[in-house]
Design a protein around this ligand. Structure first.
Ligand SMILES: O=C(O)CCC(=O)C1=CC=C[C@@H](O)C1C(=O)O
Ligand SMILES: [Mg+2]
Length: 370
């Protein structure tokens, strides 16, 4: 396939509810969508999951835009690409900027699957027809309200509840949740809010039988996490610390992580995500798919990836209605009894809803082969 044309849409959508983590609160979701077109007029879609501010990672919407416009798009436009696995080689001269790279690579995977009349899931080698879904719940300063929020999602059938924790909002909150939901698979995500000085506190979480604790320590650490894992029973799951297969190998060898949260954007695309998945499978490390408060386009990529066999734990791939009044795909992503049925249409399996997309598009930028 030859990439003839690329369109970037700068998007602005408002989430139904604010989402609070140890870094702060987010309700306006600014992000990028990217559409690639081949020589036959087939198209594929990708999403940049970078946030407006660099609190989750160093990338932002504006750095992604800069990388796309000035470096990444010039490397693919007009190029003949046989398979999407080649995209990472085309980008090899560019360090990091994984979310920007993933935006283009994801669109090319979708295009490739559509051209070959297959689902993205099948193109990746995934077989599952439905996937188990968990939900990530932001910080609620009022614990009674949090309990009611959790109750609602448990009743909707979500297979695993993840809550955010931060210093001063941890052991007692988890204790209260466990009291109310003794059997629900429960986990906590600290988004790097602790240090090794908090070992005694983190040890107290062992009594609640959490499925895992996600990224308790620094976002660039794998050494202290190994030291912490030796002292606590709750399995550690790395999120922010993992950017590649190499990071994965090192973290597993050191004993810093027993589970990995794979986010396609954080690792630079589906090809790397699949490599991490395969490596973890060989090493007996279960994985799950994280979320970045995506629109339907990014969510569809997450669903396709989750069909691979080592996605043993439910992901943060909640349904469209969890986030949006109106999503940018049709049909929207629906969760039924804690499962999403993997779509059978080619590519990402959902159609872009152009009418909805237009409403949330702030600016459109177009690049053609010269
Ligand atoms: O529902 C989702 O998309 C997942 C939400 C979620 O937990 C996260 C979203 C964005 C950044 C992080 O705070 C984060 C996570 O750390 O997994
Ligand atoms: Mg996380």
């Amino acid at each position: 396939m030859i990439i003839k044309e690329i369109t970037i849409r700068k998007m602005k959508m408002t989430m139904k509810n604010p989402f609070t983590t140890s870094f702060g609160t987010l309700q306006e979701r600014d992000f990028l969508l990217l559409e690639v077109m081949d020589e036959d007029g087939n198209t594929g879609w990708g999403e940049s999951v970078a946030f407006r501010s660099p609190w989750y990672s160093e990338e932002t919407l504006e750095t992604n835009l800069h990388m796309l416009k000035d470096f990444l798009i010039p490397l693919v436009i007009g190029k003949e690409i046989g398979h999407p696995d080649e995209v990472s080689s085309l980008f090899a001269s560019i360090r990091k900027n994984n979310m920007a790279k993933s935006t283009v690579e994801g669109a090319i995977w979708d295009l490739y699957a559509k051209r070959n009349k297959m689902t993205l899931a099948h193109a990746l080698g995934g077989q599952a027809e439905k996937i188990e879904v968990g939900i990530s719940i932001g910080i609620h300063e009022n614990t009674a309200e949090l309990v009611e929020t959790v109750r609602g999602f448990v009743e909707e059938g979500y297979k695993r509840i993840k809550v955010k924790i931060k210093p001063g909002y941890d052991v007692e909150v988890i204790r209260e949740l466990r009291k109310n939901f003794p059997d629900v698979p429960l986990m906590a995500d600290a988004n790097s809010a602790y240090t090794l000085e908090d070992v005694q506190l983190l040890k107290q979480l062992d009594e609640f039988n959490l499925t895992m604790i996600e990224q308790p320590l620094a976002s660039d650490d794998i050494i202290d996490h190994a030291a912490l894992q030796k002292q606590i029973e709750t399995p550690i799951c790395l999120d922010e610390s993992i950017h590649s297969l190499e990071d994965t190998r090192k973290a597993i060898e050191l004993g810093s992580t027993k589970i990995i949260n794979i986010k396609i954007g954080r690792v630079g695309g589906l090809t790397e995500a699949k490599k991490i998945h395969d490596y973890c499978m060989t090493h007996g490390i279960p994985v799950w798919c994280g979320g970045m408060l995506e629109s339907g386009i990014g969510r569809a990529h997450n669903i396709a990836l989750t069909t691979l066999p080592n996605f043993i734990l439910p992901g943060d791939t909640a349904g469209s209605s969890r986030y949006w009044e109106e999503d940018v795909i049709t049909p929207e992503v629906v969760v039924e009894d804690g499962y999403i049925t993997v779509p059978s249409a080619y590519g990402i399996g959902y159609e872009p809803n152009l009418e909805a997309m237009d409403k949330f598009t702030v600016e459109e930028l177009n690049y053609k082969e010269k």
